[in-house]
Design a protein around this ligand. Structure first.
Ligand code: ME8
Length: 597
């Protein structure tokens, strides 16, 4: 079975008319035709500007940590970016509240599972709220609407004969809520020196289990999954994770147990028609993406454009099991899965069991919300793990936000250089479109760099390489600082009209650069950007992507900001962080500190 519908549903009228046009006929090479396709899908047509972004839903067995916030900040950034581009964007997150792991955690806390879940779910909401995570939906798997969606999804798979009653015998990791084949486990010693078996991938303890339960015909989906992944090289990004997913398809792909006996697991959604079995927590959890899209009714609009943000630890669930479930249920796989690597502390993945978690609320108090957001997105590289220290955060924020960006704004808006407190005029004779005025070759190179920054940042946001966008912006901010430094406008003689015009031009160009940086940075640091743009006198309707017209005066066009009074807030953009003010806390050690990996 092939999946032309995957393309058909995602393409718009423009593409259809392109295909019918004589220019899109056999005279085009295969390469040209596929470029046309890619181009069209990257430029959604007016009637279809929908975007759907999700984070994983987080287990409520422990409090939120910086790793969870990282996934949420990436999704929030992409959501805000799409809104700025005029998309109708839906952004969902939430909590994963069923399963053995949660059942045991509630027991250990001596709490009723629903009260326990409500409590920790609220903690996630608080963290996301205080870190400006602007989700539009929040799914808790204990919600009635979710239960309805899961039951419906199960019934569709059942009716199609894709679920059958069988028996499972093998390894199970409660920490990962995952079934493992013998080749995925290894011997290890626990903290008391006892021999145990652990998952090779996560290092978590596994146990042998043998149960009657329901099985999903995963093995039957190998060809379709190969087709989907093979035909969509960008479906899983970055590429190394796409390769990893393809590699799994070369290995053993046994049918998957999708329920547990009620005698072992009570905390979950019962199998429709068989109350003695509880639906496997991963099948339950994955359906949350459909729940938030409205499933079983009216989900198509969002489902066509679903993008998942996931950590590399849950790639297999998202790139193999989930697409197989979806294909089984007659739905297309997600359009894109953005995978990110992990934050480590002292070289180890941040996790409660290792006792090295970093508290996001504590850090946002120390470094501000935008400070933490900027650090995570500037330093977090999807391809590889990144080690967290408070020192790195402080140095980065001081260098790039306080000194470089804040310093530039301060220089160009301070009364010494800008006594009239306006967006001054640009003088084409001082900075002509061709050389000949007072601007030098490096200044023209700076303008070129800022002009090409726009498509570069757009490309990086589109591919969720936010760190590359920030790297590029930061390099341009440095160049603009260099421009101001080079011309030492504070040394110009205001009484000389030529000097005055050149001074105004230097400030005008610098403010134009700052306006571009402030606009491009909005998805990452909304508060800082807002402060910056307000100081420049930029109004609400002028902060969108459509307003990104850099230095129109240099092209002989009008600039709507020229002559405008600056905003009144002349405060510091971002206060430098001093080490004595940064209460450097070492992560607390938990009692459960057995490091099995
Ligand atoms: O796996 N660095 O939930 P979870 C970066 N409920 N990101 C990290 C991280 C770290 N150190 N630690 C966690 C589950 N994350 C399931 C998901 S989805 C249908 C069900 C992030 O609470 C990362 O996104 O263990 C990872 O995939 C996710 O949190 C796992 O969260």
């Amino acid at each position: 079975m092939r999946f032309p519908f995957l393309f058909a549903t995602r393409c718009c009228k423009t593409l259809r008319s392109l295909q019918q046009s004589p220019f899109f006929g056999p005279s085009l090479s295969k390469h040209q035709r596929s470029s046309a396709l890619i181009y069209t899908s990257a430029q959604p047509c007016q009637e279809d500007r929908s975007y759907y972004i999700t984070t994983p839903i987080f287990y409520v067995n422990a409090s939120p940590h910086l790793g969870h916030l990282y996934s949420a900040v990436i999704a929030d950034c992409l959501h805000r970016y799409k809104l700025l581009r005029g998309f109708n964007s839906k952004f969902t997150t939430g909590t994963d509240e069923h399963g053995l792991k949660i059942q045991q955690a509630a027991e250990a806390a001596g709490k009723d599972p629903s009260a326990f879940c409500a409590d920790v779910s609220e903690q996630f909401k608080r963290v996301f709220g205080s870190c400006n995570i602007s989700y539009t939906d929040y799914t808790r798997t204990t919600q009635q609407r979710h239960r309805r969606a899961v039951e419906h999804f199960w019934s569709v798979l059942w009716d199609k004969g894709l679920i059958y009653k069988g028996s499972y015998e093998g390894w199970y990791s409660t920490q990962d809520e995952s079934f493992l084949t013998p080749s995925q486990v290894t011997d290890a010693l626990d903290s008391s020196g006892k021999e145990i078996r652990v998952s090779l991938e996560s290092g978590h303890k596994v146990e042998w289990m043998k149960e009657e339960n329901y099985m999903f015909r995963l093995s039957a989906f190998r060809p379709q999954l190969l087709d989907w992944l093979g035909g969509n090289p960008r479906a899983v990004q970055p590429e190394r994770f796409h390769r990893a997913a393809l590699q799994w398809l070369q290995e053993d792909l046994p049918d998957l147990s999708v329920s547990r006996q009620r005698s072992r697991l009570q905390w979950g959604i019962p199998v429709p028609g068989d109350a003695g079995q509880i639906i496997y927590v991963w099948l339950d959890a994955l359906v949350n993406y459909l729940t938030a899209a409205g499933y079983p009714d009216g989900h198509e609009r969002w489902w066509r454009v679903a993008h998942h943000i996931v950590g590399k630890d849950i790639l297999k669930f998202h790139a193999i099991y989930w697409p197989a479930f979806l294909l089984g249920a007659g739905l297309p796989p997600p359009e894109l899965i953005h995978v990110h690597s992990h934050w480590t502390v002292g070289g180890k993945k941040m996790s409660k069991s290792l006792g090295n978690v970093v508290d996001p609320l504590e850090r946002s108090q120390m470094f501000t919300t935008d400070g933490v957001r900027y650090f995570l997105l500037r330093q977090g590289v999807p391809d590889s793990d990144c080690d967290y220290t408070d020192d790195k955060v402080m140095k980065l924020l001081n260098a790039e936000i306080a000194d470089s960006l804040g310093g530039l704004l301060n220089r160009c808006t301070a009364p010494a250089l800008n006594p009239a407190q306006v967006y001054p005029s640009f003088c084409p004779r001082s900075f002509p479109s061709e050389q000949g005025g007072r601007a030098v070759a490096e200044d023209y190179r700076m303008l070129d760099a800022v002009t090409s920054l726009l498509p570069a940042v757009e490309k990086h946001y589109e591919s969720a390489h936010v760190y590359k966008a920030l790297e590029a912006i930061s390099a341009c901010v440095r160049q603009t600082n260099g421009f101001v430094q080079r011309h030492t406008p504070w040394k110009l003689d205001r009484r000389d009209s030529r000097d005055q015009r050149w001074l105004d031009t230097i400030v005008h160009v610098s403010l134009e650069c700052l306006r571009i940086y402030g606009t491009l940075l909005q998805p990452v640091v909304p508060e800082i950007s807002n402060k910056l743009l307000s100081r420049l006198g930029v109004r609400e309707g002028e902060k969108s992507w459509a307003a990104l017209d850099f230095l129109p005066r240099h092209r002989g066009m009008d600039c709507p900001f020229e002559g405008r009074t600056l905003g009144p807030d002349s405060g510091v953009l971002f206060n430098r962080l001093e080490s004595q003010n940064v209460d450097r806390q070492t992560p607390k050690k938990s009692k459960k500190s057995a490091n099995l990996k």
